[in-house]
Ligand binder design. Structure first.
Ligand SMILES: [Zn+2]
Ligand SMILES: [Zn+2]
Length: 205
């Protein structure tokens, strides 16, 4: 018999995983003191070596569930949260950012949520992690000019930026993953990712 995975089945599976993760996450949230957004479920990546191979599948399932939940919200209920680098919908830290190229959004930067796919405004030349406007620099590799790493000397982290004028079809979450060479470049220069990519949960030990 042919197995067919419909969206409803995928959503049900994703919801079950999300509920399990929320119960697990609750302890982390309470101990970390992280402020949540509207849905109030900050996405924490806790590397467990034995589960590393499954991490990307769990992350993908969680995205299905939270993106659906975020889409059901009334936009009027979504307000900025602190710290400013946190998703106003679910409280997750921004994983990447994008600068749009068309219409009224031309040149405007948005931070991107790794969990619910929401995007929220953040001015340019400002660290998404610590909000510093000092010690900001940009790095890229010549073969992939549409994505730059914005490094911050104040907190020692970086967040990538996808420039839509250079790649109109680019997608910040996917292109973050597709530019691992840039991670190596800035990592070797001493900066750390502000937020790990959920499909590349870091190993421990
Ligand atoms: Zn979110
Ligand atoms: Zn910073």
């Amino acid at each position: 018999m042919e197995a067919i995975l419909t969206y409803d089945i995928a959503f049900t599976i994703a919801r079950a995983i999300a509920y399990a993760m929320m119960r697990y996450n609750r302890e982390i949230v309470e101990t970390s003191g992280t402020e949540g957004g509207v849905i109030d479920a900050p996405f924490q990546i806790v590397p467990v070596p034995a589960d590393a191979a499954q991490a990307c599948f769990v992350g993908a399932a969680l995205q299905v569930y939270w993106a659906r939940m975020a889409a059901l919200l009334d936009p009027a209920t979504v307000v900025p949260v602190e710290p400013a680098g946190s998703c106003p919908v679910c409280g997750s830290p921004a994983v990447a950012s994008v600068v749009y190229a068309e219409g009224s959004l031309q040149g405007v930067r948005f931070l991107c949520c790794p969990l619910c796919a929401s995007e929220w405004h953040c001015v340019r030349i400002k660290c998404a992690n610590c909000q510093s406007t000092k010690g900001i620099a940009y790095h890229h590799i010549p073969e992939q000019p549409a994505v730059k790493a914005e490094t911050c000397d104040e907190c020692g982290t970086y967040t990538k930026i996808l420039y839509k004028d250079k790649d109109p079809d680019g997608e910040p979450f996917a292109d973050d993953l597709a530019t691992l060479g840039l991670d190596v470049l800035v990592g070797e220069a001493g900066w750390a990712r502000a937020t790990p990519h959920p499909f590349l949960a870091p190993a421990t030990g």
